[in-house]
Design a protein around this ligand. Structure first.
Ligand code: SF4
Ligand code: SF4
Length: 304
C-alpha cells in the first residue's frame, strides 16, 4: 500500500474512532535491528526515564520484542484519549466526607485495557478491509512484555516528555493501543506536533514527590509505582509520598497544555478499609482498579 494512501486511511479512522493520532511503522530487518540496538542501549544503560522496576522484571523480553514475534512486518500504534473512555456507574458511597482517599481519574472509567484492545482490534479489522487482505495480528495494551511506549516513539506517535510519558499534540492524557501486524505496510503517521516541554516544565513543578527532574525519573518516588507496583509494607516516607492516593496518579499527565483536565475518584477511607473481596470485585468489576487488588488498596489507605 502507498504511504500517502495509508496516511489518509489512518486520518479517516482516527476521526471515526475519536483518536488523537495513529502511526504505522514498517518492520523490515534493518529497522528491527536498529530498534533492538536502541532498546539494548536503553536497557543496558539503565536509562531510568524509560524504565521502572515493573518494566525491569521483563527486561529481556522487552529488549527484543521481535524474538517472540518473528512474523511481525509492521507495528501499529494509536493514541486513545482518556476522555473517549466511558465513565462507569459504580456503587460507591457519594460524599466521602473529610477522611477520603483518591484514585487516578481513569479508575472511574471502563478498564482501558478492555477499551483500547477493542479499539485496536476494530482498527486492525478496518485496515484489513482497506488493504484487501487479512493478516495475523497481536494487539498489545500495557500488559504484555512489549516496549510499547518506546516503539510508539520510534513510530512517531509522540515523543517522551519530561513527565516520562509519551506526549502527542501537547497532551499526555491518552493510552497507547498497539498491534504487531503480519502485513507489509509502509511508514505512515498522522502527526504528533512539537514537544512543548522546553517552554513548559509544569509537570516538574506539580509532581508532589519530586519523582521528576529535567533529566531523570525516579520510579521509587512515583505515586503510580508505589501504589500499584510496590510489594510488601510501605515505609513511613513512602506512605507520606502517597498522601491520600491509593491507586495511580495522573498529575503529570494532566499537566501538559492540551491534556484533559480530570478529577481523581474520591472514596471514603473507612468504607474502603471495611470493603470485603466480594463487594470489591462486584463494584470494580470493569475498572482498572481491580488490577491493584483489594489488599494493596487497603495497605495504601491505612494510616500510620
Ligand atoms: S507538562 Fe509540560 S514539560 Fe511536562 S511533559 Fe507535559 S508538556 Fe512536557
Ligand atoms: S505519576 Fe504522580 S508521582 Fe509519578 S511522576 Fe507523575 S506526578 Fe509525580
Amino acid at each position: 500500500m502507498d504511504a500517502e494512501i495509508l496516511r489518509e486511511q489512518l486520518l479517516r479512522l482516527c476521526s471515526e474512532f475519536g483518536l488523537l493520532s495513529a502511526a504505522v511503522m514498517r518492520l523490515d530487518e534493518e529497522r528491527k535491528s536498529e530498534i533492538v540496538k536502541e532498546l539494548s542501549a536503553v536497557y543496558r544503560d539503565g536509562n531510568r526515564s524509560l524504565l521502572s522496576p515493573y518494566l525491569l522484571r521483563s527486561l529481556a523480553r522487552r529488549a527484543n520484542p521481535f524474538a517472540e514475534r518473528p512474523w511481525a512486518k509492521s507495528f501499529l500504534c494509536l493514541a486513545v484519549p482518556l476522555d473517549t473512555i466511558p465513565e462507569l456507574d459504580m456503587d460507591i458511597p457519594k460524599n466521602p466526607g473529610n477522611d477520603f482517599v483518591t484514585a487516578a481519574a481513569y479508575a472511574a472509567k471502563l478498564d482501558y485495557h478492555i477499551f483500547c484492545t477493542e479499539i485496536a482490534e476494530k482498527f486492525v479489522a478496518r485496515l484489513e478491509t482497506v488493504s484487501v487482505s487479512s493478516f495475523k495480528s497481536e494487539v498489545c495494551v500495557d500488559i504484555k512484555a512489549a516496549p510499547e511506549k518506546i516503539l510508539a516513539k520510534f513510530a512517531g506517535l509522540g515523543d517522551i516528555g519530561l513527565n516520562n510519558c509519551l506526549v502527542c499534540k501537547g497532551s499526555s492524557s491518552f493510552f497507547i493501543a498497539s498491534a504487531f501486524l503480519d502485513a507489509e505496510l509502509p511508514d505512515a503517521r498522522t502527526g504528533c506536533g512539537e514537544l512543548p516541554c522546553g517552554s513548559c516544565g509544569k509537570c516538574l513543578r506539580l509532581c508532589p514527590t519530586g519523582a521528576l527532574s529535567p533529566d531523570d525519573f525516579c520510579p521509587e518516588k512515583c505515586i503510580s509505582y508505589l501504589s500499584m507496583e510496590k510489594k510488601g509494607e510501605l515505609r513511613t516516607e513512602e506512605r507520606k509520598m502517597l498522601g491520600e492516593s491509593i491507586f495511580g496518579c495522573d498529575i503529570c499527565t494532566a499537566a501538559c497544555p492540551n491534556s484533559t483536565k480530570s478529577s481523581p475518584l474520591k472514596m471514603d477511607r473507612k468504607w474502603l478499609l471495611n470493603l470485603d473481596k466480594k463487594d470489591f470485585e462486584r463494584i470494580f468489576a470493569k475498572s482498572p482498579i481491580l488490577y491493584a487488588r483489594l489488599e494493596r488498596l487497603k495497605r495504601n489507605a491505612e494510616k500510620d
